[in-house]
Design a protein around this ligand. Sequence first.
Ligand SMILES: Nc1ncnc2c1ncn2[C@@H]1O[C@H](COP(=O)(O)OP(=O)(O)OP(=O)(O)O)[C@@H](O)[C@H]1O
Ligand SMILES: [Mg+2]
Length: 228
Amino acid sequence: MLEVKNLSAGYGSSRVLFGISAKFAGTGGTAILGRNGAGKTTFLKAVMGELDASSGDILLAGKSLTLCNTVQRVDLGIGYVPQEHSIFAGLTVRENLLLGAMGKRGQKEIDTVVDFFPKLGDRLRQISGTLSGGERKMLAIGRALMGRPKILMLDEPTEGVWFGVIDEIGDRLERLSREIAVVIVEQHLEMALRLASNVLVIDRGQVSMSGTPEEVRNDPLFLKSIAV
Ligand SMILES: Nc1ncnc2c1ncn2[C@@H]1O[C@H](COP(=O)(O)OP(=O)(O)OP(=O)(O)O)[C@@H](O)[C@H]1O
Ligand SMILES: [Mg+2]
Protein backbone atom coordinates (compact mmCIF):
# COMPACT_ATOMS: atom_id res chain seq x y z
CA MET A 1 0.00 0.00 0.00
CA LEU A 2 2.91 2.35 0.80
CA GLU A 3 5.91 1.85 -1.39
CA VAL A 4 9.24 3.61 -1.04
CA LYS A 5 11.48 3.39 -4.07
CA ASN A 6 15.17 4.12 -4.01
CA LEU A 7 14.79 7.03 -1.58
CA SER A 8 17.77 9.27 -0.91
CA ALA A 9 17.68 12.27 1.39
CA GLY A 10 19.79 14.27 3.80
CA TYR A 11 20.33 17.61 5.46
CA GLY A 12 21.88 20.30 3.31
CA SER A 13 24.95 18.87 1.69
CA SER A 14 25.17 15.89 4.04
CA ARG A 15 23.47 12.80 2.65
CA VAL A 16 21.95 10.42 5.18
CA LEU A 17 19.77 8.00 3.18
CA PHE A 18 21.22 6.20 0.18
CA GLY A 19 18.57 4.56 -1.96
CA ILE A 20 16.15 2.98 0.50
CA SER A 21 13.41 0.77 -0.92
CA ALA A 22 10.63 -0.78 1.15
CA LYS A 23 7.02 -1.91 0.84
CA PHE A 24 4.43 -1.70 3.58
CA ALA A 25 1.26 -3.75 3.15
CA GLY A 26 -2.20 -2.52 4.14
CA THR A 27 -2.13 -4.32 7.50
CA GLY A 28 0.55 -5.81 9.74
CA GLY A 29 3.53 -4.47 11.63
CA THR A 30 6.95 -3.52 10.32
CA ALA A 31 9.85 -2.90 12.70
CA ILE A 32 12.62 -0.58 11.57
CA LEU A 33 15.78 -1.28 13.51
CA GLY A 34 19.28 0.09 13.38
CA ARG A 35 22.02 1.74 15.38
CA ASN A 36 21.83 5.31 16.67
CA GLY A 37 22.40 7.66 13.78
CA ALA A 38 21.64 4.99 11.15
CA GLY A 39 18.95 7.15 9.54
CA LYS A 40 15.69 5.72 10.95
CA THR A 41 14.20 9.06 11.97
CA THR A 42 15.43 10.64 8.74
CA PHE A 43 13.63 7.89 6.80
CA LEU A 44 10.31 8.56 8.57
CA LYS A 45 10.74 12.32 8.11
CA ALA A 46 11.37 11.87 4.40
CA VAL A 47 8.25 9.69 4.07
CA MET A 48 6.27 12.41 5.86
CA GLY A 49 7.65 15.12 3.60
CA GLU A 50 9.35 16.96 6.47
CA LEU A 51 12.49 16.54 4.47
CA ASP A 52 12.82 16.74 0.69
CA ALA A 53 14.03 13.59 -1.00
CA SER A 54 16.97 14.18 -3.32
CA SER A 55 15.88 11.22 -5.42
CA GLY A 56 13.45 8.30 -5.38
CA ASP A 57 9.71 8.12 -4.98
CA ILE A 58 7.09 7.41 -2.34
CA LEU A 59 3.80 5.91 -3.52
CA LEU A 60 0.64 5.59 -1.47
CA ALA A 61 -1.84 3.21 -3.11
CA GLY A 62 0.09 3.72 -6.35
CA LYS A 63 0.07 7.52 -6.28
CA SER A 64 3.26 9.51 -5.91
CA LEU A 65 3.48 11.73 -2.84
CA THR A 66 6.36 13.78 -4.22
CA LEU A 67 4.30 16.92 -4.66
CA CYS A 68 2.36 16.52 -1.37
CA ASN A 69 3.37 18.44 1.71
CA THR A 70 3.26 16.93 5.21
CA VAL A 71 -0.30 18.05 5.97
CA GLN A 72 -1.53 16.51 2.71
CA ARG A 73 0.28 13.26 3.49
CA VAL A 74 -1.41 13.10 6.90
CA ASP A 75 -4.71 13.84 5.22
CA LEU A 76 -4.14 11.02 2.74
CA GLY A 77 -3.84 8.61 5.65
CA ILE A 78 -0.28 8.53 6.95
CA GLY A 79 -0.23 8.99 10.72
CA TYR A 80 3.05 9.94 12.37
CA VAL A 81 4.23 9.95 15.97
CA PRO A 82 7.58 11.79 15.91
CA GLN A 83 10.48 10.87 18.18
CA GLU A 84 10.27 14.27 19.83
CA HIS A 85 6.59 14.31 20.76
CA SER A 86 5.19 17.70 19.92
CA ILE A 87 2.40 17.81 22.46
CA PHE A 88 1.11 21.23 23.41
CA ALA A 89 1.81 21.23 27.13
CA GLY A 90 -0.55 24.11 27.91
CA LEU A 91 -3.58 22.50 26.26
CA THR A 92 -5.79 19.81 27.74
CA VAL A 93 -5.67 16.21 26.56
CA ARG A 94 -8.95 16.72 24.71
CA GLU A 95 -7.66 19.84 22.96
CA ASN A 96 -4.47 18.07 21.89
CA LEU A 97 -6.52 15.18 20.51
CA LEU A 98 -8.77 17.53 18.55
CA LEU A 99 -5.72 19.09 16.92
CA GLY A 100 -4.98 15.65 15.46
CA ALA A 101 -8.44 15.33 13.91
CA MET A 102 -7.37 17.40 10.89
CA GLY A 103 -10.72 19.16 10.71
CA LYS A 104 -12.67 15.90 10.69
CA ARG A 105 -15.42 15.42 13.26
CA GLY A 106 -13.99 14.97 16.72
CA GLN A 107 -16.10 13.10 19.25
CA LYS A 108 -16.28 9.80 17.40
CA GLU A 109 -12.51 9.82 16.96
CA ILE A 110 -11.99 10.72 20.64
CA ASP A 111 -14.19 7.73 21.58
CA THR A 112 -12.00 5.49 19.42
CA VAL A 113 -8.84 6.82 21.08
CA VAL A 114 -10.32 6.38 24.57
CA ASP A 115 -11.28 2.82 23.66
CA PHE A 116 -7.67 2.34 22.53
CA PHE A 117 -6.12 3.94 25.64
CA PRO A 118 -8.77 3.95 28.41
CA LYS A 119 -6.36 5.83 30.70
CA LEU A 120 -6.70 8.90 28.49
CA GLY A 121 -10.46 8.84 28.96
CA ASP A 122 -10.12 9.82 32.64
CA ARG A 123 -7.78 12.67 31.73
CA LEU A 124 -9.45 14.47 28.85
CA ARG A 125 -9.70 17.72 30.82
CA GLN A 126 -6.23 17.52 32.31
CA ILE A 127 -3.57 19.96 31.14
CA SER A 128 -1.22 17.83 29.02
CA GLY A 129 1.95 19.23 30.59
CA THR A 130 0.97 17.51 33.85
CA LEU A 131 0.65 14.03 32.32
CA SER A 132 3.12 11.30 33.24
CA GLY A 133 5.71 10.29 30.62
CA GLY A 134 3.76 7.16 29.67
CA GLU A 135 0.48 9.07 29.42
CA ARG A 136 2.17 11.60 27.17
CA LYS A 137 3.26 8.85 24.80
CA MET A 138 -0.31 7.56 24.74
CA LEU A 139 -1.54 11.06 23.96
CA ALA A 140 0.96 11.42 21.11
CA ILE A 141 -0.20 8.09 19.65
CA GLY A 142 -3.85 8.98 20.30
CA ARG A 143 -3.44 12.26 18.49
CA ALA A 144 -2.04 10.52 15.42
CA LEU A 145 -5.00 8.11 15.53
CA MET A 146 -7.44 11.04 15.47
CA GLY A 147 -6.69 11.50 11.76
CA ARG A 148 -7.94 7.91 11.14
CA PRO A 149 -4.69 6.86 9.45
CA LYS A 150 -4.39 3.93 7.07
CA ILE A 151 -0.76 3.58 8.07
CA LEU A 152 0.70 4.68 11.40
CA MET A 153 4.44 5.36 11.71
CA LEU A 154 5.88 5.64 15.21
CA ASP A 155 9.39 6.76 16.09
CA GLU A 156 10.45 5.15 19.39
CA PRO A 157 7.07 5.40 21.11
CA THR A 158 8.29 3.68 24.28
CA GLU A 159 11.51 5.66 24.80
CA GLY A 160 11.95 6.28 28.53
CA VAL A 161 8.72 4.53 29.49
CA TRP A 162 8.24 2.07 32.38
CA PHE A 163 8.12 -1.54 31.17
CA GLY A 164 4.49 -2.07 32.22
CA VAL A 165 3.42 0.76 29.94
CA ILE A 166 5.68 -0.56 27.16
CA ASP A 167 3.67 -3.81 27.28
CA GLU A 168 0.42 -1.91 27.21
CA ILE A 169 1.47 0.20 24.21
CA GLY A 170 2.83 -2.93 22.49
CA ASP A 171 -0.45 -4.82 23.01
CA ARG A 172 -2.49 -1.96 21.60
CA LEU A 173 -0.26 -1.52 18.57
CA GLU A 174 -0.40 -5.24 17.91
CA ARG A 175 -4.19 -5.06 17.93
CA LEU A 176 -4.08 -2.01 15.65
CA SER A 177 -1.80 -3.77 13.17
CA ARG A 178 -4.60 -6.22 12.40
CA GLU A 179 -6.59 -3.30 11.00
CA ILE A 180 -4.01 -0.90 9.53
CA ALA A 181 -0.30 -0.86 8.72
CA VAL A 182 1.91 -0.07 11.72
CA VAL A 183 5.54 0.92 11.17
CA ILE A 184 7.57 1.21 14.32
CA VAL A 185 11.12 2.37 15.01
CA GLU A 186 11.84 0.79 18.37
CA GLN A 187 14.78 0.13 20.69
CA HIS A 188 12.94 -2.57 22.65
CA LEU A 189 13.75 -5.46 20.41
CA GLU A 190 11.34 -7.96 21.97
CA MET A 191 8.40 -5.62 21.66
CA ALA A 192 9.31 -4.69 18.09
CA LEU A 193 9.75 -8.27 16.96
CA ARG A 194 6.54 -9.42 18.66
CA LEU A 195 4.56 -6.75 16.87
CA ALA A 196 6.24 -7.05 13.50
CA SER A 197 5.62 -9.46 10.68
CA ASN A 198 8.44 -7.75 8.77
CA VAL A 199 11.74 -6.27 9.85
CA LEU A 200 13.89 -3.72 8.08
CA VAL A 201 17.39 -2.99 9.36
CA ILE A 202 18.89 0.34 8.35
CA ASP A 203 22.64 0.70 8.51
CA ARG A 204 24.40 3.91 7.45
CA GLY A 205 21.41 5.02 5.44
CA GLN A 206 20.86 1.78 3.56
CA VAL A 207 18.70 -1.30 4.10
CA SER A 208 21.20 -3.87 5.31
CA MET A 209 18.75 -6.64 6.13
CA SER A 210 15.06 -7.39 5.75
CA GLY A 211 12.73 -10.32 6.32
CA THR A 212 10.45 -11.90 8.89
CA PRO A 213 11.45 -11.68 12.58
CA GLU A 214 12.51 -15.36 12.40
CA GLU A 215 14.65 -14.76 9.33
CA VAL A 216 16.52 -11.78 10.74
CA ARG A 217 16.93 -13.38 14.17
CA ASN A 218 18.56 -16.39 12.52
CA ASP A 219 20.96 -14.19 10.57
CA PRO A 220 24.30 -14.25 12.41
CA LEU A 221 24.91 -10.61 11.47
CA PHE A 222 21.59 -9.40 12.91
CA LEU A 223 22.55 -8.52 16.49
CA LYS A 224 25.78 -6.94 15.30
CA SER A 225 23.94 -4.79 12.77
CA ILE A 226 21.69 -3.23 15.41
CA ALA A 227 24.21 -3.03 18.27
CA VAL A 228 24.94 0.47 19.45
N1 LIG B 1 18.64 18.32 11.27
C1 LIG B 1 19.77 17.68 11.00
N2 LIG B 1 20.81 18.32 10.41
C2 LIG B 1 21.96 17.67 10.10
N3 LIG B 1 22.17 16.37 10.35
C3 LIG B 1 21.19 15.67 10.93
C4 LIG B 1 19.94 16.28 11.29
N4 LIG B 1 19.15 15.35 11.86
C5 LIG B 1 19.87 14.20 11.86
N5 LIG B 1 21.09 14.39 11.31
C6 LIG B 1 22.13 13.38 11.12
O1 LIG B 1 21.63 12.34 10.29
C7 LIG B 1 22.10 11.06 10.73
C8 LIG B 1 20.89 10.13 10.95
O2 LIG B 1 20.12 10.63 12.03
P1 LIG B 1 18.74 10.01 12.44
O3 LIG B 1 18.15 10.90 13.46
O4 LIG B 1 17.95 9.71 11.23
O5 LIG B 1 19.21 8.62 13.09
P2 LIG B 1 18.38 7.53 13.90
O6 LIG B 1 18.66 6.22 13.21
O7 LIG B 1 16.98 7.95 14.04
O8 LIG B 1 19.14 7.52 15.31
P3 LIG B 1 18.56 7.34 16.82
O9 LIG B 1 18.43 5.85 17.02
O10 LIG B 1 19.66 7.89 17.67
O11 LIG B 1 17.27 8.08 16.94
C9 LIG B 1 22.92 11.31 11.96
O12 LIG B 1 24.26 11.30 11.59
C10 LIG B 1 22.49 12.69 12.42
O13 LIG B 1 23.52 13.37 13.08
MG1 LIG C 1 15.84 8.46 15.64
